[in-house]
Ligand binder design. Structure first.
Ligand code: COA
Length: 195
């Protein structure tokens, strides 16, 4: 895992964006809260928030900080990397990946952008870098991405990055309103990667 930590747990740059590692401090939580506090929860309904905050968006600065702390402990420390996405110095989103060294398999983490940042190709730009690093530097054999079956915007984005639809995991996710949602699984394999 050392190679994964070294390559991915640091600030990264794409042509238009900066990916910054933000510790869960009150100051950083304020940056995040200020970016999301006026967003429409309906635009975030497919984001996989942590179990304790099963709602589309945190509803206060305190909840934002608690969520960042929980993500750090639950996701980042074991085998993940998480970034906040900045464009022109402004926080516009969140991105992350996990790595499973035994299977040389990377998995997408929780990804979201504020609504005004959709439709600019930012997600695909970030994935272009992550895919390149995973296959060329880390030596991954596979990258897997999942999205809820109703999340059309996300499906388009994943397909747009050249991922193959492997299938559908039925009723795998319970939504905050209690309904169950299918998940779509997409992969890209090292042998399919073109430099
Ligand atoms: C899912 C999500 C990240 C996708 O964002 P996105 O902006 O559509 O992502 P992409 O990078 O694939 O951008 C593609 C769009 O940018 C446009 N675009 C503009 N410039 C582009 C470029 N240089 N390259 C690629 N696409 C470009 C494309 O035409 C496309 O627009 P369209 O949606 O109107 O067809 C975003 O909708 C989101 O944050 N949703 C809320 C949270 C969520 O559901 N997360 C997913 C959990 S699985």
């Amino acid at each position: 895992m050392e190679k994964f930590y070294k390559l991915f747990r640091r600030n990264l740059k794409t042509p238009r964006l900066e990916l910054r590692v933000l510790e869960p401090t009150p100051e950083n939580a304020e940056l995040v809260w200020n970016a999301i506090k006026n967003e429409n929860p309906a635009d975030f309904k497919y984001v996989n928030w942590t179990p304790e905050y099963k709602k589309p968006l945190p509803e206060s600065l305190a909840e934002t900080l608690a969520q960042m702390q929980q993500e750090q402990n639950r996701d980042v420390i074991p085998n993940g990397a998480v970034w906040y996405v900045f464009h022109d110095g402004k926080l516009i989103g969140h991105h992350g990946v996990f790595y499973f060294n035994n299977n040389k398999s990377m998995q997408s983490g929780n990804v979201w952008f504020v609504k005004s940042a959709w439709g600019h190709g930012f997600n695909q730009e970030i994935w272009a870098l992550l895919i390149k690093m995973a296959f060329e530097q880390l030596g991954a054999n596979r990258i897997m991405r999942q999205c809820m079956a109703n999340n059309e915007q996300s499906q388009k984005s994943i397909s747009g990055s050249g991922f193959h639809l492997d299938g559908r995991i039925r009723a795998s996710t319970q939504m905050p309103d209690g309904t169950f949602m299918d998940q779509l699984v997409f992969t890209k394999l090292a042998k399919e990667y073109k430099k």
